[in-house]
Ligand binder design. Sequence first.
Ligand code: SF4
Ligand code: SF4
Length: 294
Amino acid sequence: MIISVASGKGGTGKTTIATNLALSIAPINKKRTLKGSATNSNILFLDCDVEEPNAHIFLKPKFKKTYQVTIPVPEVDKRKCTYCGKCVEVCQYNAIAVVKNNVLIFPELCNGCGGCSLLCPEDAISEIKREIGIIEEGRADAINFIHGKLNIGEVRATPVIRSVKLKVKSENGITIIDVPPGTSCPVIEAVKGSDFCLLVTEPTPFGLNDLILAVEVLRKLGIPFGVIINRSDIGDKKVTEYCKQERIPILMHIPFDREIAVTYSNGIPFVLYKKDWGLKFKNLWLQIEKLIRN
Ligand code: SF4
Ligand code: SF4
């Protein structure tokens, strides 16, 4: 079962929800395995917020493996090149230019589609690998943890997210995905294939605006979802009214709480300190299961 935790806007507490949920349901999943109703006692946590992964700060995994993420970029053999400009015509990303008797490649713009090497009439283009990020894999008690890190200065997050998600196929248990904020391509890549998505928002005009955009995306993708309102006792009631009007289930309210803020700033998941919240997250999980079943 794949549950993604997303948010139309950054700073709503998405990672807080994802990490606290993972810690709260890990024991449930283990118990089910003992009863034989689940195939794997592990929770798999994927931090796909590759531009700023920070779930490891809360779950504190011990990393055991690191992989490079590369994309293929063109390399021109000047002995074969006739400077015909066909590669420039085919490139939709302006990543290649012919200037006098020189072919210039702009690797940061290249998305590795391979079109230029395929269509070069002189077979003058080969492909070399360029590292754009890394994947780190480790374990935090009962949680298998994987995150991607996009290299500084790189703009293409999607291939790194795709590499993080490759691991899902080999896992049979529960996967929780921390999705990047927003509604752009990296979000689609991270969220697609999910059985359910938790949308984390806050009761402010910005929160509402970005929630509406995220809802549109999930409806287009056909992924069932519910909403969590963080800092629910500040702001206004418009998010609640919108959810009611759109028949979107609100699965949890988290009021503004100084103690939660302090544990967050110390990198501590608040379910470890506030046991009643552990129960609330377990209930949240049961609600998700029910909504998926229905
Ligand atoms: S298409 Fe091939 S031959 Fe033509 S300019 Fe590009 S690299 Fe050179
Ligand atoms: S591989 Fe694709 S994106 Fe990169 S330079 Fe060639 S045509 Fe452009």
